[in-house]
Design a protein around this ligand. Structure first.
Ligand code: HEC
Length: 127
């Protein structure tokens, strides 16, 4: 548990450091969240304001559900601690047209919900 927390902190710090560049410099992005995160970080929603219930049928707190749904073993979006370590990936995938999240066939996000996930994921993932 303790090791996981440390890893989460290190990852969050790394992401935060990287985001500083991503948000202010749009010239050198070649892949990943660069374009998606080329947004202004005002009125960033908090974790609890996002529609995670659209995700947790698969990205569940229950590891058996995660395994059955085929999501990565640690991809639990029921808490800020576990979701925030992959914040930029969340922002990328909700905007990914070829490999979207939620996947095609499940309940889609509204435009407002998608924007909220994007801001949260790109702008330091506040709790
Ligand atoms: C119907 C099940 C299902 C739902 C609902 C779902 N996902 Fe996923 N998700 C998956 C599966 C399966 C994978 C692993 C395969 C892949 O990456 O496409 C995945 C992978 C991901 C990944 C990459 C792995 C990771 O966790 O870093 C992200 C990010 C993600 N999902 C975000 C979301 C978000 C955000 C939502 C809700 C808005 C959501 N997903 C809803 C099934 C789902």
């Amino acid at each position: 548990m303790r090791k996981t927390m440390m890893w989460a902190l290190v990852t969050a710090a790394t992401l935060a450091a990287g985001l500083g560049t991503a948000c202010s410099d749009d010239s050198a992005e070649t892949s990943g969240g660069g374009d998606v995160c080329d947004i202004s970080c005002d009125a960033v929603p908090t974790f609890s304001q996002l529609s995670w219930n659209t995700c947790t049928s698969c990205h569940s707190s229950d590891s058996a559900v995660r395994q059955a749904q085929g999501v990565p073993a640690d991809s639990d979006y029921s808490t800020h601690a576990s979701a925030s370590v992959r914040a930029t990936t969340v922002a990328e995938r909700v905007n990914d047209t070829t490999n979207p999240m939620p996947p095609n066939g499940s309940t889609a996000l509204t435009a407002a919900e998608k924007e909220a996930f994007t801001k949260w994921g790109c702008c330091d993932a506040p709790p």
